[in-house]
Write a protein that binds this ligand. Structure first.
Ligand code: NAP
Length: 554
């Protein structure tokens, strides 16, 4: 019986490299790899060896005959992908792992950030060079979006952290946490102490809607909402109110995977979330929540939905929650005309209902998918209580307002319209892409097109805010390849100061910087608290709590 890849696929292609018959596609060197929702196993070619299941960092691969309940659909999804993508499973050109030749001396590399793109970069650098690595993070704890972005009910995705565990046990690695680059230390100071600096800083800001009322209390960016349920220490415990009058309905603007995560967390039975590492304050608020209805507002149609197929299928199957589509002639037509494997086909079979946003939500819990609808204003007396929604129509792939408007009453609005990169002080910024200016991972000065020697970028700060965690693996490889080329060509600057000098600088600037010993103490404290409650960990949710746990002995 063949194996199949299921919902939690992280696309990092660990499975592809171990498959002895090359039956997992698209591979990182195939064009569709950049846009695919997930990877697929061809059941006709699979030899049932299970190597992919062993290699998968997120436990997404199972024998088809062991798939149960909602997961059974993935047997069909894997098989059907090969109907449209016939493959002879021929091998591409062989690729051999690169490594840096001896004779370059002891290189020192700083990585700014500790999220997934930093993790994959550190893994690659430790494997391919003898360099000493220093990881720096503004927060007193590592993980970036792996800790503070991935939803708490996606524990298997968080397992990627286990594949980075080796990085944090490598004697060539040290960390300086609770240290902000640009404030506590500058890029120039990093450059003086290291042969190379790799920026893995993600995309920290939210896109803006640019409509009246956007900043009314009760209107939150998705980063705040997600940080709140994930105990991100800069987001206060009371950032989200779910028991206020009007909170029965929440409008989430956007329909990407983050919007799907937010809708799911808002409506999942809190008893199920209680077994996860969700922030204690969020669990308490969800237990007292009045939210019954979440409206996902998408400015374009079903065919342009931004969610991935696997995440949407999971949303459809959320226990005790109905999913309905707001009825509209263009939406009905798009679903009716949907090609079998298209985005719109995922909506087939869902009830189509005329949605009345001015009426009280009904008694049960439900998600309303409202397409061809864009918010034009948020209104309310001192707090958001309604969203004015403009109907849109599609011209090609673009949505434009028709002038027709109606109102949806809601006590909370979450703007989940994507992240945006912010400039790193001292580094050139590409305003249009909202990324560090770069070519293939080398930071460049856009006015001359010349590379800044020894400066590199990876992850969302390089590609923009799209792609799941696994996409960072190939991205990190590209950036590390650029570094290896420069190191081989002896094009790296020689740092004027030593690693010890850097440690002293950090101690002077941030006496409360957190190192590996403190990080391990925090991890122990969180896991111990978790064990007592049958949870993977209970997260410490504030900077003082994290610092105090780090200082505690034993
Ligand atoms: P996203 O996938 O880019 O989705 C953004 C959504 O916001 C789209 O629906 C977009 O609509 C809409 N939008 C953008 N600007 C808008 C505006 N001015 N007005 C109204 N709507 C607007 O972003 P995301 O959800 O933040 O996700 C970021 C990345 O992380 C994605 O690659 C996602 O797959 C990944 N991620 C993955 C997982 C997972 O695998 N479980 C979980 C979370 C995130 P248009 O399409 O019309 O622009």
């Amino acid at each position: 019986m063949a194996y199949a890849i299921t919902q939690t696929c992280c696309n990092d292609a660990s499975c592809v490299s171990v498959c002895p018959v090359n039956c997992i596609h698209p591979t990182p060197d195939e064009p569709e790899f950049g846009t695919t929702d997930m990877l697929y196993i061809d059941p006709a070619a699979c030899i049932d060896c299970g190597a992919c299941a062993d290699a998968c960092p997120v436990d997404a691969v199972f024998p088809v005959d062991r798939l149960r309940g909602p997961d059974t659909v993935f047997g069909d999804l894997n098989r059907d992908w090969y109907r449209d993508h016939p493959s002879d499973h021929a091998w591409g050109a062989p690729a051999f792992p690169r490594s840096l030749p001896d004779g370059r001396g002891q290189l020192r590399i700083a990585i700014v950030g500790t999220g997934p793109s930093a993790g994959y970069t550190a893994q690659e650098l430790l494997r391919s060079t003898g360099a000493e690595i220093t990881m720096i993070d503004r927060l007193p704890v590592t993980g970036g979006l792996l800790r503070h972005g991935v939803a708490p009910d996606h524990q298997s995705t968080k397992r990627i952290a286990e594949s980075f565990a080796g990085v944090f046990h490598d004697p060539r690695l040290r960390v300086h946490l609770n240290v902000e680059v640009g404030t506590d230390v500058t890029h120039d100071e990093l450059a003086v102490h290291h042969h190379a600096v790799v920026y893995a800083v993600g995309a920290a800001a939210d896109r803006r809607l640019g409509i009246p009322g956007e900043d009314l209390p009760g209107s939150l960016p998705a980063t705040t909402f997600v940080g709140w349920y994930n105990a991100e220490p800069t987001v206060p415990a009371d950032a989200v109110a779910l028991s206020a009058a009007g909170a029965e309905r929440v409008v989430v603007v956007g329909n990407g995977n983050v919007a799907v995560d937010i809708a799911r967390i808002l409506l999942t039975d809190p008893d199920r979330l209680a077994a996860t590492d969700i922030a204690d304050h969020a669990l308490a608020a969800l237990r007292g929540s009045r939210v019954r209805e979440v409206v996902l507002l998408a400015r374009r149609g079903p065919e342009q939905a931004a969610w991935t197929r696997s995440e949407f299928l999971a949303l459809r199957q959320l226990p005790g929650v109905d999913v309905v589509v707001d009825d509209h002639p263009e939406v009905r037509a798009a679903i009716g005309a949907a090609a079998p494997d298209s985005r719109a086909a995922l909506l087939a079979g869902l009830p189509l209902e005329r949605f009345d946003g001015e009426a009280e939500p009904g008694p049960g819990r439900r998600i309303v998918l409202r397409f061809l609808s864009a918010p034009t204003a948020l209104t309310g007396e001192g707090r958001v209580s309604a969203v004015t929604v403009g109907r849109t129509t599609l011209a090609g792939e673009r949505a434009s307002l028709t002038g027709e408007e109606d109102v949806i009453r809601a006590g909370l609005v979450v703007r989940s319209i994507g992240h945006r990169g912010v400039p790193v002080p001292g580094l050139p910024f590409d305003e249009a892409a909202a990324t560090v200016a770069h070519r293939g991972g080398r930071v460049i000065d856009p006015s001359t097109g010349l590379a800044l020697p020894g400066a590199y970028v990876v992850g969302w700060a390089k590609r923009g805010p799209s792609g799941g965690i696994g996409a960072n693996r190939a991205c990190a490889r590209e950036t590390v390849d650029a570094f290896l080329d420069d190191a081989t060509a002896r094009a790296l600057p020689t740092p004027a100061a030593t690693r010890k000098d850097f440690d002293r600088l950090i101690r002077r600037r941030r006496p409360d910087a957190v190192g590996l010993k403190e990080l391990r103490a925090v991890d122990r404290a969180e896991r111990t608290r978790g064990e007592a409650e049958g949870r993977p960990r209970v997260k410490l949710a504030t900077v003082p709590e994290l610092l105090a746990a780090g200082r505690r002995k034993g």
